[in-house]
Design a protein around this ligand. Structure first.
Ligand code: SF4
Length: 334
């Protein structure tokens, strides 16, 4: 996020989403990628990212398939991204929604494919349409035109190069709202570095602490180490979540954690990691809405909803760890 102090007439020429009056001028916050486009850095980043598709190591799976030639690996996605749906979404965390919703783009396929996924048709079956870069850019712009305060990419990890390519075109055509990277937390640090100064808001899941569970449900026995490194990199880039006086997320890290039956998500360990090794000011959404979806009904560890008691214990563990910024929960005295 860059902070500019400009005369009012100049400000009116700029796309912006937040401003504060300061001594007769306006301080305008612009999404970080605007500066990268003007300096020519973003187009070069996009080209570098696309080259990664030739022997794909975009995500921790490191399939090394040639996606430029149409080969596909674990994520079953070739040269083009597949978009399942896009719309103004009002069900996201309050700081992302604002008055007009979060401009959410659901990317099809996934590099985790959790057996219990609530978006099974999208993540496992890949329902959606392939899009060229200019079409994905057009989707971003349409969401901005509808008034959405951000563009929120859901499950972006396997299509980072395609998003960067599209962003160059969208920014040249006037995109000016911040971007949200809404991933499962299974991201490669090397790929995230290409996104420095591009995404202002990172919203990863931290799903499990004990790798036995992601091995069983997502075929990812390195999930914990990968998420630890990825969330550390995201926080290094954007810091703790900053919310404007109007309640809108401006920049920073927001972690999602879904409480699972039988305590298998490892809420306590994850909360301690966030508090001790990321920041006590980490903003976290401890989510209660788990329900058996996809293949979960046939797995005894997953085939029920959580109880109120389990959710209460998860919240208590999060607070005990020292985290106090919990989405939807106002602490007495705060
Ligand atoms: S992005 Fe897809 S093809 Fe590339 S390494 Fe990850 S799962 Fe494999």
């Amino acid at each position: 996020m860059e902070l500019f102090t400009l005369p009012f007439e100049e400000v009116l020429k700029w796309p912006f989403y937040e401003f504060i009056t300061v001594d007769g001028t306006l301080s305008v916050t612009l999404p970080s990628y605007i500066g990268l486009v003007e300096s020519g850095v973003l187009p070069e980043r996009a080209r570098s990212a696309v080259r990664l598709l030739e022997s794909c190591e975009v995500c921790p799976r490191k399939c090394r398939v040639n996606r430029l030639a149409g080969e596909t690996g674990f994520c079953r996605t070739g040269r083009r991204a597949v978009v399942a749906a896009f719309h103004a979404h009002f069900g996201e965390e309050a700081p992302l929604v604002g008055d007009s919703g979060s401009g959410t783009i659901f990317i099809a396929q996934c590099n985790l494919r959790c057996s219990f996924c609530q978006n099974f048709e999208i993540s496992h079956l890949g329902e959606g349409a392939e899009v060229e870069a200019r079409e994905l850019a057009g989707i971003m712009l349409r969401l901005q035109e509808r008034g959405c305060g951000n563009i929120n990419f859901v499950t972006p990890s396997h299509v980072v190069p395609q998003i960067l390519e599209a962003l160059v075109l969208a920014a040249e055509r006037g995109l000016s709202v911040p971007l949200v990277y809404n991933s499962g937390g299974y991201d490669r640090v090397e790929t995230l570095r290409l996104l420095e100064g591009v995404f202002d808001i990172y919203m990863p899941d931290f799903k499990f602490w004990d790798n036995r569970w992601p091995l069983r449900f997502c075929d990812a026995d390195d999930y914990r180490e990968t998420a630890v490194a990825a969330i550390g990199e995201m926080h290094r880039q954007v810091g703790d979540l900053v919310v404007s006086p109007g309640g809108t997320a401006v920049r920073g890290l927001l972690v999602r954690h879904l409480v699972m039956p039988g305590g298998i998500a490892g809420t306590e360990e994850i909360a301690r990691f966030l508090a001790d090794r990321i920041s006590r000011d980490t903003y976290i959404n401890v989510m209660s809405q788990y329900r058996p979806c996809g293949m979960a009904r046939s797995d005894p560890a997953l085939n029920r909803r959580i109880t109120d008691r389990e959710y209460g214990e998860a919240i208590a563990a999060t607070l005990r760890a020292g985290l106090t910024r919990l989405d939807g929960i106002v602490l007495r005295g705060s």
